[in-house]
Design a protein around this ligand. Sequence first.
Ligand code: GLY
Length: 336
Amino acid sequence: MRTVPVELAERSYDVLVGAGARHELAAVLPEGARRAVVVTQANIPVEVDPGVEHTVLTIGDGEPAKTLDTIGDLCSAFSRWGLTRNDVIVALGGGVVTDVAGFAAASYHRGTRFVSVPTTLLGQIDAAIGGKTGVNLPEGKNLVGAFWQPSAVLCDTETLQTLPPRELRAGMGELAKYHFLGGGRLDELPIDERVARCVEIKADVVVSDEREGGRRAILNYGHTLAHALETAGRYDLRHGEAVAVGLVYAAEVSARLGRIDAERVAEHRRVVQAYDLPTTVPAGTDLDEVVRLFGRDKKAIDGVTFVLDGADTADGVEVVTGVPEDVLREALDSVL
Ligand code: GLY
């Protein structure tokens, strides 16, 4: 078992990574917690034992469950069951569960402790680490939320075996991102070490910029195109698949701005292909719409904003604003 600390002063916690990490739940329960509510989904084939009196609540599946109504329902259920502020909420599932249960924890009694047990690759290497919690509004994704750090995170790599093959492969798209954030040849590592290395990189970024004043935005490498494709909403793409194409696209944009050479672009393609993920946008993608959506990205404060490779910093990538539209359009031609 690997332990990766997330050092945030009084909000510090450990991330345990390895096969069977979920069995450590009772050991990592916050001090004084006498009761627990486990928040999960009906289709999560994983159980946990908090080692104290507990109940299990299920929320719906997928993005439609990420609503303020779900938060209200959960908090009412916590209250009816008598959960106190000294008790604990356990999030057991993928990114939807950890985002929702984490936000319910942030809100209930103005802040209740929670432990995350992410069961998907995406949850383990991204969503459950770093305290971003929240839900969607009809107006957009993740528009309401809170930074609320968990008391512990248990990344049990055994649970990855329960994932449908496409879901696991899609998670590798998010993992591919870390190759370019200092991870190097992650594909050569066994899965436990790969997850632990991604968690280390994410923890380092979060510790330096917990509330995304700047550096934390690099975690969105590959995400601008991904979000545009997801917002368009017509394409049969998982988040990690969209990020995979987004990484290649971001490299093509960087190359056109003279930030990286052709070899580095080829490296992006090699990594994405190594995970058997797409390097092109879906057939029939409406390119005008995609360019329009770039400008509506949540991070687009000052013109079209991209995280781009070729930075003169240890991270290798950085946030670049005002990328010209002709560059964006030309680069799209290379991911058709
Ligand atoms: N998923 C990006 C972040 O946690 O900042």
